[in-house]
Design a protein around this ligand. Structure first.
Ligand SMILES: Nc1ncnc2c1ncn2[C@@H]1O[C@H](COP(=O)(O)OP(=O)(O)OP(=O)(O)O)[C@@H](O)[C@H]1O
Length: 125
């Protein structure tokens, strides 16, 4: 028979995830850069009064990059737990995980360009 939903357990999981998010942005250099970039984009969004659909796209892009950074950090920590000695497989694991972040970061920059570049050009004219 299926188990009933355990609200207390779910709330505990939220708390652990919150601690993970705090650790991510407090300890990881790249995560701090992504946090500052997101803050600047949010300020630009308010300044240029972007539309609801543009806000949705920006929020999705920020979430994708942050999420990829979180998974990348988790993989790095796990790899370092396995060994801190040089290992060719660990190199591939870390490089590929970092590539996952880079792909989404590039996509975020392109999307930001599509949204903000016309507004910046119009503002400058
Ligand atoms: N144990 C290892 N074996 C082989 N190569 C490694 C190993 N650890 C790190 N590397 C190489 O060094 C690169 C940087 O790894 P590192 O763990 O320092 O990541 P980072 O992105 O600098 O993150 P952080 O500064 O958060 O630790 C990896 O992408 C990989 O190419």
């Amino acid at each position: 028979m299926s188990q009933p939903i355990n609200i207390r357990k779910a709330l505990k999981s939220f708390r652990y995830a919150g601690v993970g998010m705090y650790d991510l942005f407090r300890q990881e250099n790249n995560a701090k850069i992504h946090l500052i970039a997101a803050a600047l984009i949010l300020i630009a969004g308010i300044w240029f009064e972007i539309s609801t659909i543009e806000w949705c796209i920006i929020v999705i892009q920020i979430a994708l990059v942050w999420s990829a950074e979180a998974f990348n950090t988790a993989i790095e920590k796990l790899a370092d737990t396995v060994t801190t000695d040089y290992h060719p497989s660990i190199k591939i694991v870390k490089d590929v995980a970092a590539a996952g972040v880079l792909i989404l970061a590039i996509s975020a920059v392109i999307v930001a360009g599509f949204i903000f570049l016309p507004k910046v050009l119009e503002y400058l004219n």
